[in-house]
Design a protein around this ligand. Sequence first.
Ligand code: ZN
Ligand code: ZN
Length: 423
Amino acid sequence: MAKRNKVSVKQISAKQVSAKQTSLSPAELDSLILKEAKALHPYLVDVRRHLHRNPELSNYEFETTKYLKKELSKFGLKPFSLKAPTGILTELTGAKSGPTIAVRTDIDALPILEKTGLPFASTKPGKMHACGHDTHMATVLGTAKLLSGINEHISGNVRFLFQPAEETPPGGARPLIEEGALINPTVCCILGLHVDPRVKTGKIGLRDGATMASVTDIDVTITGSSAHAARAYEGVDAIVVAAEVITTLQRIVSREIDPLHPVAVTVGKIEAGTARNVIAANAKLTLTLRAMHDADAKNALKSIKRCVSGICKSYGATGSVDVIAEYPSLSNTPHVNQCFAESFTALFGKGRVVETDQVLGGEDFACYLEHVPGAQVRLGIRNPSIGATEGWHSDRFVVDEEAIYYGVALMTKTVLVALESYA
Ligand SMILES: [Zn+2]
Ligand SMILES: [Zn+2]
């Protein structure tokens, strides 16, 4: 791990935490956490496989929500009422007073036809948990169950967020925040997790500061005028204008952005024209802009607007640039990463925490971090012996389920450590 900066909150060693909270020695509490996480593992594998068989797309996670509510109620956790039809917010009250911490999992699947051939593969053709959110749900459910069983060791409250629609901008994080997920009282920090096929099972990945990109989804609409295909001079060809816009957009990253700053501008979809023999009056470009630094996203958006407006004007067309959705970049709080790292090392020994690379993928976990400190840990799921090597969103994405055991123990211990450090 990179050297961490000092932070203003109270620093505490993971080894010290339990002595203050409980009559158990730190080592005894750690062994209890490991024993309980191991005992829960077969149940959580069943939970994960049930969710894997029954994936639901963003904002349609009705059965998933129902199932999770039923499981949470088995250990006494009641959901708050929400305006949103899917997703759950619930809170575990610790035996002793202290701050409130949040733990978040996403719950949605992707529109992908599964090709893993697993016996518990998706039963819904064209839908698949190919980003590991089934594993996140099982891990956070397991954490809630484990913590509710060792309630006497909790100094504070633990709020669990089962968040819909991570995969589909504008995402489910902001609606949950608007429903008060982070306030009354304001949470001291938020813990998130994401499975990572680059990291071996039994290890975790962390990175301080900017880790994932901001996302700006943009629609560009170009309006020309139609004419006969052989009399183009009587119209304004929106396809030719669109082609020029696309070519010019490629120069933004290479000529207008500091090459040391990661930025991507991608036109992922074009819709234009009605027939072979008609000059197209309209063209629509569907873009995504990714940037690790939010200032670069702002500058690149300005450049996109300038290019569209200038090129359209020069051809006698009109153009508009509409931002459809935005997530900020995801910037992890070093202190919360430190809580993760110390907890994992205390439980499983040294040499199991790696520093992950920055990625230009986006995550609406970033929206919570605009309001409160927090971090998203990368949970290792890589295991070549069972084919768990495929990248996220692949139709052959496989998770090593042993990771759930490591994840539950890690999240449980980190909740205790972080609550103590923010007390
Ligand atoms: Zn994903
Ligand atoms: Zn994901």
